[in-house]
Design a protein around this ligand. Sequence first.
Ligand code: UDP
Ligand code: MG
Length: 351
Amino acid sequence: MDALHDPTAQIESSVELSVVIPMFNEEEALPALVERLRPVLDGTGEAYEVIAVDDGSTDRTAEDLVVLRATWPQLKVVRLRRNCGHQAALTAGLHYARGRYAASLDADLQDPPEKIPEMLALARTRHLDVVYGVRADRSTDTGFKRRTAGAYYRLVRRVIGSHVPTQAGDFRLLSRNALDALKALPDQPQVYRLLIPWLGFPSGEVAYHRDQRVAGQTKYPLRKMVLLAVDSIIGFSVAPLRLATWLGILAFLVCLGMAPYTLAAYASGDTTPGWTSLITTVLFIGAVQLICLGLLGEYIGRIYTAVQQRPTYYVADDTDTGQASSRDIAWPGPRRGEGSPQDFLDSQGIL
Ligand code: UDP
Ligand code: MG
């Protein structure tokens, strides 16, 4: 593959720190972000780059980024063709990161940029591959957000394991080692806040105060939060499948418990009434079966998506290479010329 089609080919560049920022309709937050982020990064004295990933915004985010770039040479813009979701945008940004370290943060200044130098210093002095930004408090979040986030972390720690740090979102620093380990994984939708602890790299934490969103609205409505929770559990655990087994055992035990009663009723000839118990049992068994089918469907759906091997994101263009091909730079599955599904389609004359 030629360097043009592989943005990571120039990794030996002298960039020390990459800062990856996924953005979806963040035109209102952008000026405040630049005003706070740029002095912090300039002040580190490090060679840095900022990779802004425009996740298919429908407002002026992409245009404003291009204007900003004229006066901020370290700013790079990767524009996705459509909205692919926060985690996919993060994947795209990490793909482009060339630094020896890469920090990721939200565009709405809920993650304070001032903590990035602290994270970098901690990673260097203690030779860590991952430094998590951990929310010291969530006093600025709404009560609803606090409760749902608390329930989410309790659930994932219970189902996936206690190695998942609580209250660590997507504000973190990764070393080149950790980035390369992520790249080696197949191209599937990822939940980085669970995947990265699972990789098991030496890690540390930096506590921070979670500010309010500086401008604009949250891009995580309830529907997306539920999807993230489902992806988190299904993507990392087969416990729900076991739940199906437990529900089956429970239904079996209930049936066993009812058997003497039904036999006794039959023996005494008292079998005509019983509509209530009958309908309850039928509904109960039906519900258990549907729940189990739904759970199976969640896993099968993910297997189906995985075998299709579609890239998790599509790049429209980027300021590095100026090119607009998604197929050639989808990360990290097999690329064109390396046995990718597209090679097969090419060989069949389909594309
Ligand atoms: N985001 C994104 N694509 C999406 C949704 C969100 O790139 O489909 C970005 C968003 O612009 C922000 C970050 O992900 O930089 C976190 O989103 P948000 O602040 O709205 O989430 P919240 O803090 O409310 O959970
Ligand atoms: Mg936010």
